[in-house]
Ligand binder design. Structure first.
Ligand code: 16G
Ligand code: MG
Length: 519
């Protein structure tokens, strides 16, 4: 470690006085102008992590669904997962160190983690479309090079694409090619195969309207659409040419306010979906003939996918174990439907993808989705091999089901929840089933629910309402506390949410915040 060089460069990325930040649910996030030192230091940390794991590490510059003025950064571990918890602590420590303490913090981390400083390091970097992202990713590169790390800058990528690249690079290309071309080809090949299988059953080519949150998803979907256009045509809205990132559009807006995004022309009963700002979340929605808005969130996506996978397994006659992982935000109706009707076990983890991802690894087939639309499916190596073998060995109907499963495995991004990949999976399943969006929506009826943001914590008044639940938790990405309530009617859910907020308000003496679209 050449401390003089590190100190010299670090001074060029000085930490604002008194600023304390924490590696939150999905990395560091705050106003972009406060992040230069964070980026530089995350470049340094990525090199240490790479040396320790002897693997490629990813650094993604994005603040996902946050406003355009924000930015953020997260590190991606060797198998494409979120950074290990002990390293999150190192990240927080390093980012908050005063200039003169940098050296000792770096040495401490290296010693604690047994980092061999002579080991080579390789870092891959991606960024979203925020105006601040390019400069901030240069600061990451500065941090990487100052510690002698090699790097590849992919430039503009969706978050899940960067996770995919890291996974591919550390598995010797077995998972796929670590290029944007490789990503497009892997997914589209699987999708086109599934479309062919659907058209054999008489189901046809479809079209879909996509709200891209004025983010990176638009760019990447544009690049990719010709690869899969024989199975699906997409019409993009909020593609970043006019509107502001995540402003009154995108998956987070649609889910939070349960309304359609601005800037999208919708006919009644038309199938539409929204990505978030870095394209790792997706929700579907439509307007019915009476103009009512219907949201199809991550819970219904998990239900569609897990039910379909279970049906295929039954057809093949295989008893691979399949489980669904949710968080407390999952609508009670989805949990009941999965457990009672589909007989699929459901597990609940803390909020944040890393918790769900981890739990999903316990199953042959682990389906995880947050209600907000982030999720994917993980297949164990053994399950994957078994299915591949069955696709070769079986005959007739059973072989057909095994081949469907084989292609579906390739269509999922198993490194991270991925709006593009999930969209293609959902479109393939709907086409194979010959289902409309209304048929999908009708699997079960969501219990009315309400989410609010308040400035401080806790209490609940659940007993007054039927079928009710409520909870409060501090956000890991915004400076707010979130209130969630559900009950047997929308009126009750709203009342409960407001009463809980009021209790929080009284406890804290703070100011509650009613959700205002665009706030
Ligand atoms: C981040 C998390 C998401 C979680 C959300 C909660 C990742 C990749 N993303 O977006 O899983 O649902 O934060 O946000 O982990 P909150 O803490 O502001 O409620
Ligand atoms: Mg996101």
């Amino acid at each position: 470690m050449d401390i003089d060089t590190i100190t010299k460069h670090s001074a060029l990325h000085a930490k604002p006085n008194g600023l304390i930040l924490q590696y939150g649910t999905a990395g560091f996030r705050t106003k972009a102008e406060h992040l230069d030192h964070v980026m530089f230091r995350m470049g340094l940390l990525a090199v240490l992590r790479s040396k320790q794991t002897k693997s490629t590490i990813g650094v993604m510059v994005t603040a996902s669904h946050n406003p355009e003025e924000d930015n953020g950064v997260k590190l991606v571990d060797p198998l494409g997962e979120m950074l290990a918890p002990s390293w999150e602590e190192h990240a927080t420590c390093l980012v908050n160190a005063e200039e003169q303490d940098m050296q000792s913090v770096l040495v401490n981390i290296s010693e604690k983690e047994g980092v061999n400083l002579q080991q080579d390091a390789f870092i891959v970097i991606g960024r979203d479309t925020r105006p601040s992202s390019e400069k901030l990713s240069q600061s990451v590169i500065d941090g990487v090079t100052v510690l002698g790390g090699q790097f590849h800058d992919y430039g503009l990528l969706t978050t899940p694409q960067l996770h995919y690249m890291v996974y591919c690079r550390n598995t010797g290309g077995q998972y796929g090619k670590a290029t944007i071309e490789g990503y497009y080809q892997k997914l589209s090949k699987a999708f086109v195969e599934l479309s062919k299988q659907a058209s054999c059953s008489g189901n046809e080519y479809r079209s879909l309207k996509v709200d891209c949150a004025n983010g990176i998803g638009a760019l990447k979907l544009r690049e990719m659409e010709h690869y899969f256009s024989q199975g699906l045509s997409v019409q993009l809205f909020n593609d970043g040419t006019k509107g502001k990132l995540n402003h009154l559009c995108g998956a987070d807006f649609v889910k939070s306010y349960q309304t359609s995004p601005q800037g999208m022309e919708m006919e009644s009963n038309e199938r539409c979906c929204s990505f978030d700002g870095d394209a790792d979340r997706i929700v579907y929605f439509y307007h019915d003939a009476d103009g009512h808005f219907h949201l199809i969130d991550g819970d219904k996506i998990a239900t569609l996918i897990s039910s379909f996978l279970k049906e295929l397994l039954l057809e093949i006659g295989e008893s691979l174990n399949i489980g669904v992982v949710q968080t407390a935000y999952a609508n009670g109706s989805s949990t009941r439907y999965l457990e009672e009707i589909m007989k699929i076990p459901v597990y609940c983890t803390k909020t944040g993808v890393k918790h769900l991802h981890h739990k999903a690894q316990d199953f042959d087939i682990g389906v995880y989705f947050e209600a907000n639309g982030h999720g994917t499916v993980l297949f164990s190596k053994a399950a994957e091999m078994k299915i591949k073998q069955l696709a070769n060995d079986l005959e007739d109907k059973k072989m057909k089901a095994a081949k469907l499963l084989e292609n579906i495995i390739d269509l999922f991004n198993q490194a991270a929840g991925d709006a593009i990949s999930d969209m293609l999976v959902i479109e393939a399943i709907l086409t194979l089933k010959g289902w409309t969006v209304q048929q999908w929506d009708a699997i079960y009826t969501d219990l009315p629910n309400r989410q609010l943001k308040v400035k401080e914590a806790i209490n609940n008044l659940v007993k007054k309402y039927r079928l009710s639940r409520a909870f409060v938790r501090p956000s890991g990405t915004e400076d707010v506390v979130r209130v969630y309530a559900e009950a047997d009617s929308q009126e009750s859910a709203d009342n409960l949410a407001h009463e809980v907020s009021l209790a929080v308000y009284q406890l804290a003496g703070g100011v509650g915040e009613k959700p205002q679209p665009g706030s």
